[in-house]
Design a protein around this ligand. Structure first.
Ligand SMILES: [Zn+2]
Length: 250
C-alpha cells in the first residue's frame, strides 16, 4: 500500500540484486496441502471483518504488523491500534513482523536492523508470544535487508505469486495477493494447484470490506477461499503453525 512510491530506482535495483544472489533453499513437502491467510499493515477491517471470517471457520490468520502505522490513517484506511493487536493475539491469531516504518530496506540503508528491532520491541510489548515471521513491505528486499531478515526471523515473505513446494527460499516465500482485480475463480485455482503433490499457498491482503481498496478483499471472497481450502482437504494454518507442520526449525 504505497503512500509515496516505494519503487524508486535504488529500491528496485537493490531488490533485483538481492533476488539474484544464491540462496539456501528448504524442501517444502507437506503430507497434506496447507493454506495460510495473511494480512499486512494492518487496516482495522482486516482485524474485525477478516479475522471474523477466519474464526467462523475455526481457523486463524497471520497479521504482519508495522508498528509505526498503528492507530494512524494509512493510504485511506484507519489502521489497527495497540488494543486491537492485543485482541487479535488473544483470539489466537499470529502477530508477525513487517518493519516498524514500513519502508524498503534500501530506503533505510544501515538503519534497517534498528527499524526491525524497533518493531520487535513494539510487538513484544503487545504479546510476549510473538513468533519470528516477517513480510517485506511492498515485497522489496535488498542484499543487506535480506541478510538482516534471514538472521532475525524464522521466515520472510515476498509478494511474488506461487505455490511454496519443493525447494523454496524460506527468506522470501511466495504469496498470492487477494485484490479486487482478480476473479475469485482465479484466486481459488491456486488452492487446486497445491493439492497434488501437496504444497503451501500463502494468500495476503490488506483491508477486508464489501467495497475494498485496490489492495483489499471482499469478505465474501475470503469466505469462499477458506471454505474451498477446507473442503479440498487443506489444512488452514498460520504461517508459524505451517512451519511447525513442515518440520522447519523454529
Ligand atoms: Zn505493507
Amino acid at each position: 500500500m504505497p503512500e509515496s512510491d516505494p519503487f524508486t530506482f535504488v529500491n528496485r535495483v537493490a531488490n533485483r540484486v538481492a533476488r539474484s544472489l544464491p540462496r539456501q533453499l528448504v524442501n517444502i513437502a507437506p503430507s497434506r496441502p496447507i493454506v495460510s491467510f495473511t494480512f499486512d499493515d494492518i487496516p482495522e477491517s482486516a482485524a474485525s471483518t477478516g479475522a471474523a471470517v477466519l474464526e467462523q471457520h475455526g481457523v486463524r490468520g497471520t497479521f504482519y504488523v508495522a508498528g509505526g502505522l498503528a492507530g494512524r490513517d494509512f493510504d485511506g484506511q484507519p489502521m489497527l491500534d495497540d488494543a486491537g493487536y492485543a485482541r487479535l493475539a488473544g483470539a489466537g491469531h499470529e502477530l508477525a513482523h513487517h518493519t516498524f516504518s514500513h519502508q524498503p530496506p534500501a530506503s533505510l540503508g544501515l538503519g534497517y536492523g534498528a527499524d526491525l528491532q524497533r518493531n520487535d520491541i513494539y510487538l513484544a510489548g503487545i504479546d510476549a508470544r510473538v513468533r519470528r515471521n516477517f513480510a517485506f513491505p511492498f515485497g522489496l528486499t535488498s542484499p543487506n535487508g535480506q541478510r538482516e531478515v534471514d538472521r532475525r526471523y524464522r521466515s520472510g515473505r515476498g509478494v511474488l505469486p506461487g505455490i511454496n513446494r519443493g525447494l523454496v527460499d524460506l527468506g522470501y516465500l511466495h504469496s498470492v495477493e487477494l485484490k479486487p482485480c482478480f476473479e475469485t475463480a482465479e484466486l481459488q485455482s491456486w488452492i487446486d494447484g497445491a493439492l497434488s503433490p501437496p504444497g503451501w499457498v500463502i494468500y495476503f491482503t490488506h483491508d477486508v470490506q464489501d467495497e475494498p481498496s485496490e489492495f483489499g478483499c471482499q469478505p465474501a471472497v475470503l469466505d469462499q477461499l477458506v471454505r474451498h481450502a477446507l473442503e479440498s482437504g487443506c489444512e488452514v494454518l498460520t504461517v508459524d503453525a505451517a512451519l511447525d507442520r513442515l518440520g522447519i526449525a523454529a
